[in-house]
Design a protein around this ligand. Structure first.
Ligand code: ATP
Length: 361
């Protein structure tokens, strides 16, 4: 049973708390990404799962088994780090087969499994090449293969793609996902790159400053961020967040956004949440979930960013700064006023004081 349960897990380094009371269940066969900015405690969490660090408080269970006091080598986990640890004096084949040989598997099995792994990771042509002299991209692929060939029930990867180049990273995202589908391991994947988390993970645990912020599927996190941190951190660009005051208009509930005007009428769930809100709210909407309309928020274009067919319009300034993403540029230029209407069903409201999403929206 390779379900992982973190119960009230805390890690302190002297007076500094790197991880604050974390509760998380990673299901058997699930691909869980630990996602957050540098220093948020992802590697610390991972190192405790691997058995490289002792928790200060709380428990780690694999299935029903408490891992306290169980040495790293006894946990049955595969681990791949950011910096590949490859034996450069060996060939690719010798590296891939190393673990199997060390555990005394029969020769024919070692050969078959190493070659199948090489095939999966497109290393067949390189099997008899010495590792020394191969590119960083290939070496990281060998490192992943060397761990994966052991078919660990739990596979831990800490930023395995951060040193490989961008094109190769895209290929590896697909391959890692295929690897996990094939072997059905429980996979924990540490990354600061939301694209990796969003494209590969079944669920994402978003962390910041040692605190677990939200756990959910990529779509849940994208559509319904639990708080302002997640709203800003997820999405490229992140969610637009404008502070305002809920108001009742003749057409229905809306948010008064000061100089930007009154928002379009809220959808029923958001309207109910706005009505129940005590104070000021943050009106959030994704840059890609907007239309140009006759009525909405009026903002001047401050910058036009074109990325291939995609255009990111930078609008307004300061607290009112907003972005809108379109598949064509609408011929808009600097200084021109734009009337933007966020899609009502995609709007999310947050409590301005606490930063938490308002209940029910
Ligand atoms: P990164 O991607 O930069 O590694 P991270 O989210 O993985 O970020 P951690 O490496 O888990 O972050 O570190 C979390 C915090 O704990 C950081 O502030 C780090 O400086 C601190 N920390 C980690 N290990 C130690 C240690 N051995 N002693 C003291 N502080 C530590």
């Amino acid at each position: 049973m390779s379900m992982i349960r973190l119960e009230n897990l805390v890690k302190r380094f002297g007076p500094f708390t790197a991880l604050q009371t974390m509760d998380l269940t990673i299901e058997n066969g699930e691909f869980m990404a630990l996602l957050g900015p540098s220093g948020c405690g992802k590697s610390t969490t991972m190192n405790m799962i691997a058995g490289m660090e002792e928790p200060s408080e709380g428990r780690i269970l694999f299935g029903e088994r408490d891992m306290a006091g169980v040495a790293m080598g006894q946990r049955g986990v595969g681990f791949v780090f950011q910096n590949y640890a490859i034996f450069t004096h060996m060939t690719v084949r010798q590296n891939l087969s190393y673990g199997l040989r060390m555990t005394g598997r029969p020769k024919a099995e070692v050969k078959a499994r190493s070659e199948a792994m090489a095939e999966l990771l497109q290393l067949t042509e390189l099997l008899d090449r010495p590792a020394a002299g191969l590119s960083v991209n290939i070496l990281q692929r060998v490192a992943i293969g060397r761990s994966a060939v052991m078919e660990p029930a739990i596979f831990l990867l800490d930023e395995p793609l951060s040193n490989v180049d961008a094109a190769f990273r895209a290929v590896m995202r697909t391959e890692l996902k295929a690897l996990q589908r094939q072997f059905k391991q429980t996979m924990v994947y540490v990354t600061h790159d939301q694209l990796e988390a969003m494209t590969m993970a079944d669920r994402i645990a978003v962390m910041d400053h040692g605190v677990l912020q939200q756990v959910g599927t990529p779509l849940q996190i994208y559509n319904a961020p639990a708080n302002l941190f997640v709203a800003r951190f997820i999405g490229s660009p992140g969610m637009n967040l404008l502070e305002g005051q809920p108001v009742e208009t003749p057409e229905g509930m809306a948010v008064d956004l000061g100089a930007l005007g009154i928002s379009p009428v809220l959808a029923p769930e958001q309207a109910a949440a706005a009505l129940a809100a005590r104070g000021r709210v943050v009106y959030g909407f994704r840059p890609e979930q907007v239309t140009l309309a006759a009525r909405g928020l009026t903002l001047p274009v401050s910058f036009v960013e074109r990325i291939g067919a995609r255009t990111i319009l930078h609008l307004g300034q300061g607290a009112g700064a907003t972005k809108a993403v379109f598949e064509n540029d609408h011929g808009l230029g600097l200084g021109q006023a734009v009337v933007l209407a966020p899609l009502p069903e995609a709007v999310r409201l947050f409590d301005a004081a606490s930063g938490q999403a308002l209940k029910g929206n």
